[in-house]
Design a protein around this ligand. Structure first.
Ligand code: IVH
Length: 676
């Protein structure tokens, strides 16, 4: 930011207006047109510049300033607001025949006139109604009972995709409707933080969205990235908008993000083709939908069809069958994590669910077991959350056999017999014995894992043996293993022994952040480890930092600061670091490349799949990030490139389906070389 502070309030006012228009324009490019002209950093730079001027001249702050999305003072409760136009519900259909019956009803209602339709995704979130007065965001309310909802203005203001000032020439009073939702990867991000803090994970994006919108502290809402699509204008004058398709265009022209997946269909056959196409394609989206919404397009037709007391006759939902199955719990096992947390896991009779066989599901913690009252012998309903992870939804009580007992919290660690204790805050029970073999193995597994030291050849089976034979008790022991000890491990061929030896050697050069993340310090995941490593640059400085110094770092809060400080205060941990150093770990952190070198991949998202020849998985991810790109783990319509190595499977197919550009490793290399 090179901007000089304005010298007068007039100059400041002009500068604010210019910056706000510029920020709104970039927001439009991003959310409405799905393109990007400047990097996220440059965008933040504009916001910071505006914030600085507003800090100097607070009288210039307006509610529609883009700086006002950070949330304000907590409120006591939500005021009730009455919807001027009620928020109706819609009827559901569950198969093609019911959808054809809907089309017949519509055509009868139109006395033989042929309707055309618009299909939209039925995003699984929370319906919202938003008012604009003279083009300025003024109020947002939840649906509630359809007549009255909660005033959630402060919370909705924090959603970046909600325009605070409209573009073009909107009517003086405008009310629009849409669906607030959360992307799966945002829920994953929140859950990773919760897990580090010892909190139970949030079950699904829809409930998290609803819970977030009902928070009394809008600053917390601002820290969770909600998104929105708009799909209707509530206060409409049917003369003005001839069709729904035109309404969507008009919404976009005012800067409201609408779904890029809406389609215009000439008849019900075309609608059915869309329904069929999304049956599988919906799994590639980064957000959840529970079906499609099918709407008669013409405003004149809608008027003729009218509304029943519950729902309009011109709209219907098509719901895909839920991905649930029933099975029996044969055992509840208890896993011991790297920090001793005991996780109950339901082991079930294998059952086919959404294309894969499921036989295990985490029950997360004992509060959850108690709440759902899951017992061995129970028949349960399971579902796939986020399409991948199976979840126990509920117990079917009437199928419960006699003489079952509630599943108890164990009195001792099932692995080592050590004492267990419940966290003062949070939901986890932990085994307190640091030498518990299950914990030792988990810590080693974490240390050696791809996201940490990435030690090739050191999988669970090898770790199991190393611990069982007493060769390794902690990370430092890995580096004092002799070649002979490795070669003599059971089922260890010559080639895999050589691989493991090379893998251990190579891991000595991993950056400091990887090692820090690998130590399993409470509250220090991969991201926090990167923040610490790039701030301090060396392990010595980090080890000797005071709590205050740690606390002063951007993104490091009190809990993390205390945890890091405690870790390095502990004698054994200092000894561990000294040993690792002695055994040749370099613990160096390269200067953060982002923003320094050229950023030719800015705004581009890459996914990597298959076996690569020249790069490790982390190596290629680092390279992408260094050049300003994003490295994502799953393919969606937002992916720009898939780098596919050997044996690429489902991701490659998905990329082809979605028309994502596929690169070989060599093509990727050529691109990076050209970029530098
Ligand atoms: S139209 C009168 N369009 O589905 C028609 N609804 O059960 C009003 N939803 O409460 C709804 N995506 O929360 C419409 N493209 C879409 C939608 C959508 C999601 C939700 C919305 C509504 C519920 C209807």
């Amino acid at each position: 930011m090179s901007a000089k502070p304005p010298k007068s309030i007039e100059e400041a006012r002009a500068k604010c207006a210019k910056l706000r228009a510029e920020i709104n324009r970039h927001n439009r490019l991003y959310y409405v047109e799905a393109t990007q002209e400047i990097s996220d950093q440059a965008f933040d730079g504009l916001l910071k510049e505006l914030e600085a001027i507003e800090a100097q001249y607070p009288e210039l702050i307006t509610p529609d300033s883009p700086t006002q999305r950070v949330g304000g003072q907590p409120i006591e409760g939500f005021e009730t607001v009455e919807h001027e136009v009620p928020m109706l519900s819609i009827d559901n259909t569950y198969n093609p025949e019911e959808l054809r019956a809907f089309d017949e009803r519509v055509r009868r209602g139109l006395a033989g006139d042929a309707p055309t339709y618009v299909t939209e995704l039925k995003v699984d979130g929370v319906a919202i109604s938003v008012q604009y007065i003279n083009g300025v965001f003024t109020r947002a309310a939840t649906r509630g009972d359809g007549e009255r909802g909660d005033n959630v203005t402060a919370n909705v203001r924090t959603i970046r995709a909600v325009p605070l000032r409209l573009n073009g020439d909107p009517p003086s009073a405008l009310e629009v409707r849409g669906e607030v939702f959360m992307h799966r990867k945002e829920l994953d991000r929140i859950n990773a933080l919760r897990e580090e803090a010892g909190e139970a994970p949030l079950a699904n994006p829809r409930n998290t969205t609803a819970g977030t919108l009902k928070m009394l502290d809008s600053r917390v809402v601002a820290s969770r990235k909600l998104d929105i699509v708009f799909y209707d204008i509530a206060k409409r004058d049917s003369e003005t908008f001839a069709s729904h398709w035109k309404t969507l265009e008009l919404l976009r022209s005012f800067d409201f993000p609408t779904s890029k997946y809406s389609e215009h269909c000439d008849d019900i056959d075309a609608v059915l083709r869309v329904v069929e196409a999304w049956e599988d394609k919906r799994h590639t989206l980064d957000f959840e939908i529970d079906g499609l919404v099918i709407k008669v397009d013409s405003a004149a037709h809608r008027k003729r069809l009218g509304t029943t007391s519950k729902s309009p006759r011109w709209v219907i939902a098509y719901k895909y069958p839920a991905q649930v199955a029933q099975t029996k719990v044969i055992n509840i096992a208890i896993q011991v994590g790297k920090s001793g947390a005991l996780t109950p896991v339901a082991e079930m009779e294998p059952v086919l669910l959404a294309g894969t066989t499921v036989k295990r599901a985490s029950l997360h913690n004992f509060e959850e077991v108690e709440r759902k009252d899951v017992r061995v012998g129970d028949t349960v309903e399971i579902q796939k959350a986020g399409e991948i992870i199976p979840q126990v939804l509920r117990v079917i009580e009437k199928l419960r056999p006699k003489n079952t007992e509630p599943f108890p919290v164990p009195k001792k660690c099932p692995e080592c017999g050590g004492e267990v204790h419940k966290d003062a805050e949070g939901v986890y029970w932990r085994c307190l014995n640091l030498a518990c073999p299950a914990q030792v193995k988990e810590r080693l597994r974490h240390f050696a894992s791809r996201g940490s030291m990435d030690i090739e050849g050191m999988g669970p089976a090898v770790i199991e043996q190393l611990v069982a034979e007493g060769l390794v008790h902690g990370p430092a022991d890995i580096y004092s293993l002799t070649d002979e000890q490795i070669v003599n491990l059971e089922r260890m061929g010559k080639k895999s022994a050589a691989n493991l030896i090379a893998g251990i050697e190579a891991s000595k050069k991993r950056p400091l952040s990887r090692m820090l993340g690998g130590l399993g310090i409470r509250h220090v995941g991969g991201h926090i480890a990167e923040v610490l490593a790039s701030h301090f640059g060396s392990i010595d400085k980090l080890m000797n930092a005071s709590v205050e110094e740690l606390n002063d770092i951007h993104e490091i809060g009190g809990v993390v600061a205390a945890s890091v400080h405690d870790f390095f205060e502990t004698e054994e941990n200092r000894a561990l670091i000294a040993q690792l150093m002695e055994r040749g770990l370099t613990m160096k952190e390269a200067a953060p490349a982002r923003g320094d070198g050229p950023q030719p991949f800015a705004g581009k998202t890459f996914v990597v799949t298959g076996t690569l020849q020249k790069y490790s998985r982390d190596g290629i991810h680092d390279r992408i990030k260094n050049l300003g790109g994003k490295a994502a783990s799953s393919i969606s319509a937002n992916t720009d490139y898939l780098v596919a190595g050997e044996k690429a499977g489902s991701k490659l197919n998905k990329a082809k389906q979605l028309g994502v550009k596929v690169l070989t490793e060599d093509e990727f290399d050529a691109m990076t070389n050209a970029a530098e």
